[in-house]
Design a binder for this molecule. Structure first.
Ligand SMILES: NC(=O)c1ccc[n+]([C@@H]2O[C@H](COP(=O)([O-])OP(=O)(O)OC[C@H]3O[C@@H](n4cnc5c(N)ncnc54)[C@H](O)[C@@H]3O)[C@@H](O)[C@H]2O)c1
Length: 329
């Protein structure tokens, strides 16, 4: 067993190993190489490993063509990624191992056992699992330095990364991983514990239930649903999230809406203590200077103006992109 530095802060040039070179693995290899780190990528299938190199080069080409990555850096980014056949060679001396193999408990348990046998004692072990609680599958000795780092495809474009600890994860590991991804310009969101689906996937799942119902009961077409999302919901969400958007609407209005709502779920939603507390404190949203968020003393006029200009710019840009790069539908 080799020893790595074990401290990502001290090592700007982190030795990252990707186990699993599929849809997520190849893209995560690229993310970390663009971030300036040395990357080894391994897969149980050698043909998949070959394919991952093609996918990485193609995605890197897109990033260069879009101007996100300088063309002069392209070669050095490619050179930072090394495909490796044997897992033991891939994890030797690693500072950070990211497991991105199939979402199957038996396969992941086996992979963790192989990592345990060959990786440095102080390596950080991260899993990209979507729904599985991987912590019971990880050997006892690795628990303190294990966590979930869950990404969204394509992760070289989408900046969100969910960081969730296991029951025994050292808080210092969480801090170092957040610092690592902050340093790469990503948007890590820290959880107190593992929650299947995190926030984004849970909300997507909840939306999926209602979308299915609207479609299946014949209330509205698929295009109407996507138009409602693209030209209404998502545009505002992209700029403000959901809770800040509620502040712009006004929280009293939101509470009344919740009380009168009869469609999701098919009984009125129970009152929210968090929302009630804000209203008792006079925090009505932007109109009163605060709601779920504080607004730094800015006037509603200034905030609305900034919101409107931001939304218009976003809308114009989305329309331009749709024109230039049609996706069909
Ligand atoms: N696809 C997504 O959009 C997405 C998003 C976030 C998280 N995830 C999670 O990421 C993980 C990987 O998902 P994916 O979509 O990349 O899957 P995938 O099927 O595209 O890739 C999985 C890879 O694991 C390899 N593999 C299987 N057993 C192995 C072993 N013993 N050793 C080494 N490699 C092995 C397979 O050959 C395959 O290339 C899953 O846990 C999934 O839940 C996926």
């Amino acid at each position: 067993m080799t020893i790595a530095t074990g401290n990502l802060d001290m090592d700007r040039n982190v030795k990252v190993t990707l186990i699993g070179a599929g849809l997520m693995g190849h893209a995560l290899a690229l993310v970390h190489a663009i971030g300036g780190h040395q990357v080894r990528i391994q897969d149980a299938s050698s043909s998949q490993l070959d394919k991952s190199v093609e996918l990485i080069n193609s995605a890197l080409g897109t990033m260069v063509d879009s101007g996100v990555v300088q063309s002069t850096k392209s070669h050095e980014i490619q050179a930072r990624i090394m495909p490796v056949i044997a897992l033991a060679d891939a994890v030797d001396g690693a500072g950070l191992i990211i497991e991105a193999v199939v979402e199957n408990a038996d396969v992941k348990r086996q992979v963790y056992a192989e990592i345990d046998a060959a990786a440095p004692a102080d390596v950080i072990l991260a899993s990209n699992t979507s729904h599985l609680n991987v912590f019971p599958l990880i050997p006892e000795a690795r628990q303190k330095r294990s966590l979930i780092s869950h990404w969204y495809t394509p992760p070289y474009v989408i900046d969100l990364v969910d960081l969730a600890p296991g029951p025994d994860t050292d808080p210092e590991v969480m801090r170092q991983m957040k610092a690592l991804y902050d340093g790469m310009g990503k948007k890590p969101v820290l959880f107190d514990k593992f929650i299947p689906g995190y926030v984004a996937n849970r909300l997507q799942a909840a939306m999926g239930l209602e979308i299915t119902k609207l479609l299946d009961e014949g209330w509205v077409s698929a295009k109407s649903i996507d138009d409602s999302i693209k030209y209404g919901l998502a545009l505002r969400m992209a700029l403000m999230g959901v809770l800040m958007k509620a502040d712009f609407t006004g929280l009293d209005m939101m509470r009344r809406g919740m009380a009168n709502r009869t469609y999701v779920p098919p009984v009125p939603t129970p009152e929210s203590p968090t929302l009630n507390k804000l209203l008792v404190e006079g925090k009505q949203g932007v109109m009163s200077g605060a709601g779920y968020f504080e607004y730094g003393g800015r006037s509603p006029e200034e905030l609305f103006r900034n919101r409107d200009i931001g939304l218009l710019r976003l809308k114009a840009e989305v329309a331009r992109i749709e024109d230039e790069l049609p996706l069909g539908g």
